[in-house]
Design a protein around this ligand. Structure first.
Ligand code: CMP
Length: 139
């Protein structure tokens, strides 16, 4: 099995609702390790660039507004098949379809405020990690 890195983001709703520790416990109970973590307030420009792939979607403006509405925590997770493993731990993008026992299934109820983001491919994980972290910050 391949050891991978993936980007995780605990969104403004997770920070506002004071559940970042609970979310980290889901991550740490899996075999993934948090090797970098920082809290930051995204600028509009950063949110637009990060979600550029969705720029033509109807929800883009709402997404950028939400992602800049308060601090987020960006993290780098490492482990075997980290990209797909974290997506399993997060649960489906739409919390209504997410299984119990997943982060979204247990803590979210709205697709636009779904508590967490995780990279959807190894290629995007590399890009998203480089978006937020310098290599020397990954310990
Ligand atoms: P995320 O995994 O961060 O990737 C893109 C985000 O866009 C997604 O989680 C949702 O928060 C948001 N999103 C996706 N589809 C919709 C939708 N139909 N309406 C509102 N927000 C959406």
């Amino acid at each position: 099995m391949a050891i991978e890195r993936t980007l995780s983001m605990l969104k403004p709703d997770a920070v506002k609702n004071n559940i970042t520790g609970k979310i980290n416990s889901y991550i740490e109970s899996s075999e993934l390790k948090i090797i970098a973590q920082k809290m930051m307030l995204l600028t509009k420009k950063q949110a637009e660039l990060f979600y550029e792939i969705h720029k033509d979607r109807s929800f883009f403006l709402e997404l950028v507004e939400f992602m800049t509405s308060g601090p987020v925590i960006v993290q780098v997770l490492v482990g075997e098949n980290a990209v797909s493993k974290y997506r399993q731990i997060m649960g489906a993008t739409d919390p209504k379809q997410a299984e119990k026992g997943t982060i979204r299934g247990d803590f979210a109820d709205d697709i636009s405020e779904n508590r967490v983001h995780g990279s959807d491919s190894l290629e995007n994980a590399r890009k998203e990690i480089a978006f937020f972290f310098a290599e020397c910050e990954l310990v």
